[in-house]
Design a protein around this ligand. Structure first.
Ligand SMILES: Nc1ncnc2c1ncn2[C@@H]1O[C@H](COP(=O)(O)OP(=O)(O)O)[C@@H](O)[C@H]1O
Ligand SMILES: [Mg+2]
Length: 337
């Protein structure tokens, strides 16, 4: 059963179409990432789900019930914003109890639940501190505590890790994943960081310029992006010019079997890591024109027939500029644009 259904959602601000007919179904207990470049409409979609914005078109269902016109505080969907939004003049206890107070929960019950939540967040000794006394990661956990205390059916996380430095980011990602496993809430994580989306979720919805381009597993989105725009956004892609005829892609680098209709001017996408560099002869000879060592991989530029420059990611860092190399290209047969 879809816990959350987003149906035909569109939204414009003035003349700017920010969301264009978005459809998504998210299952109970699933953690889905909403990925896209900044300004593509991610926060707007979260706000529509939470009831903080109203769509021009379309409907939002929680457990098959239409919530499109239901007030935000009756929706069971809570947003945690990037800047945490903590009240600076309130203690951590007061901050996280605030939502319960608004909902009329009595003081002893509020305190009991917030003590429990602070323990879960490993912040049991911070209840009487003020936000300015906490680190970035601790503040983030307070914001999570405050949201989770309201027992949301859907937790909406708007770029929650983007202000944290790399180490803390990794720790907080693990923390949120563990928490989600433990508590089983449905979550939507908004991010512009591909790697984060891939690491954190089973399925990723990619929005570019207000349009949903693909809702799929990270492996599919990385290897088989359905549109050229999506492929450009995901990156690490070369494009070969050629023609498709009877299931064969013809190009200056040779012929490749593809699953595509005939097309006079076609592009074949080849990922940086779908090209192997070899010392032994193959049909394609190239020359290294540039190399950049990046730790786990080395990024090479390889010129072929003085016509095509290919980017290649290789775990082999031993090739030098001007070396002659041979290429083995293994393509995804669907990646024709
Ligand atoms: N309340 C608003 N009024 C006018 N324009 C808005 C409003 N909210 C967002 N926008 C515009 O909508 C676009 C998408 O914004 P947003 O959803 O915040 O994108 P993202 O979160 O993906 O960066 C941006 O161009 C932004 O300037
Ligand atoms: Mg945003």
């Amino acid at each position: 059963m879809a816990n959350l259904k987003i149906q035909d959602i569109s939204k414009s601000f003035d003349n700017l179409k920010v969301l264009n007919n978005i459809n998504l179904e998210i299952k109970e207990g699933e953690l889905v990432s909403l990925l896209g470049p900044s300004g593509c409409g991610k926060t707007t979609l979260l706000k529509i789900i939470a009831g903080l914005e109203h769509p021009d078109n379309g409907k939002i269902y929680f457990n098959e019930v239409d919530y499109t016109n239901v007030e935000s505080n009756k929706r069971n969907a809570v947003i945690v914003f990037q800047d945490c939004g903590l009240f600076p003049h309130m203690t951590i206890y007061q901050n996280i109890e605030f939502g319960l107070k608004v909902r009329g929960i009595i003081k002893s019950e509020r305190r009991r639940r917030s003590v429990e939540m602070l323990e879960l967040m490993q912040l049991e000794d911070k209840g009487n501190n003020y936000p300015f006394e906490l680190s970035g990661g601790q503040k983030q956990r307070v914001a999570l505590a405050r949201a989770l205390l309201l027992l949301p059916k859907v937790l909406l996380l708007d770029e929650p890790f983007s202000n944290l430095d790399t180490n803390l980011k990794e720790i907080m990602r693990e923390f949120v994943l563990d928490l989600q496993k433990k508590l089983g809430f449905t979550a939507i994580l908004v991010t512009h960081d591909k790697e984060e989306a891939f690491i954190m979720s089973n399925r990723v919805a990619v929005i570019i310029n207000g349009k949903l381009h693909q809702f799929d597993t990270p492996v599919e989105i990385y290897n088989r992006p359905r549109t050229k725009e999506l492929s450009d956004f995901i990156g690490e892609a070369n494009y070969l010019d050629g023609e498709v005829k009877d299931g064969i892609f013809y190009s200056t680098l040779g012929e490749f079997e593809v699953a595509a209709n005939d097309k006079k001017q076609a592009l074949l996408m080849v990922k940086y890591d779908q090209i192997q560099l070899l010392k032994d002869k193959t049909n394609i000879q190239g020359k290294i024109t540039d190399r950049k060592y990046a730790g786990k991989v080395t990024l090479y530029k390889v010129s072929v027939k003085d016509q095509v420059i290919l980017n290649v990611n290789s775990s082999n860092d031993s090739f030098k500029i001007d070396d002659v190399v041979y290429l083995n290209i293994s393509i995804g047969i669907n990646n024709i644009y």
